[in-house]
Design a protein around this ligand. Structure first.
Ligand code: C5P
Length: 226
């Protein structure tokens, strides 16, 4: 079996974008690469955790020692997360689409069917996976962590998100275009918890994932009395 501080602990990680179908050949999506979530899943496995990675569509290799469940839509992601329970920690890194198309037909939308007028797409809200897991009445993971990718007033928005969703930690990062974080290999994050706010050293998504995995391990491991 695995060794390390998280040996015997089960951790769920969501990663990547979701794809929300418009019709059989089109979908709504976003620019998430999945890199940060995959890096975190790998780092958690390296410190001994049994990791279930629920991944939206992304072209990344499964990290060593990680069990991967591929999904497409937000609703499939939520259902795969529920199937993965119980877990000691749930880390929601996925960039879940906030909305999906309310009614998707079985046939491809046709230009001629509307006389050339663009079709109106009615959207409906997707489930919030992080908020759902953080507010489970039975079987809530001991540690629920969300990510907040923001382009302005990053810490304010992240604090508000933590309170609204009722997760334990929010990992805030500034994804404004100039940072190159969205889709890039490097990142800089601030971890917001009940105990305060810590800016981690900036670095590769892999290095930041390792720092986060160490914190998660410390949070799930009872500290010996001194
Ligand atoms: O509200 P916002 O999308 O900015 O929140 C980001 C956090 O919430 C991330 O941890 C993301 O994985 C999670 N989230 C989710 N389900 C949604 C929307 C966001 O799990 N439908």
């Amino acid at each position: 079996g695995a060794s390390g501080p998280l040996a015997g602990r089960r951790v769920l990680v969501t990663a990547g974008p979701t794809h929300e179908p418009i019709d059989p050949v089109r979908y709504l999506a976003n620019r998430s690469s999945g890199k940060q979530g995959f890096a975190l899943a790998g780092a958690l496995a390296r410190v001994g955790a049994e990791v279930v990675l629920v991944a939206g569509p992304c072209a990344l290799a499964t990290p060593a020692g990680v069990t991967r469940v591929d999904v497409e839509t937000a609703r499939e992601m939520l259902s795969a997360c529920r199937d993965a329970l119980p877990v000691d920690a749930a880390i929601c890194v996925a960039a879940v689409a906030d909305w999906r198309v309310a009614e998707t037909g079985a046939q491809k939308l046709k230009k001629d069917a509307t006389g050339g007028a663009p079709p109106a797409l009615a959207l409906t809200e997707n489930p919030d996976i992080l908020a759902t897991l953080a507010q489970l009445e039975t079987g809530r993971p001991a540690l629920v962590v969300g990510f907040a990718a923001e382009t302005d007033r990053v810490l304010d928005h992240a604090r508000a998100k933590r309170a609204r969703k009722r997760c334990d930690w929010i990992v805030a990062n500034d994804v404004s275009a100039a940072t190159g974080i969205m889709g890039g290999d490097d990142t800089a994050v601030t971890v917001i918890t009940d105990a305060g706010e810590d800016a981690l050293p900036a670095g590769s998504k892999v290095a930041v994932a390792e720092a986060l995995a160490a914190r998660i391990a410390a949070a799930l491991t009872p500290t010996p009395e001194t």
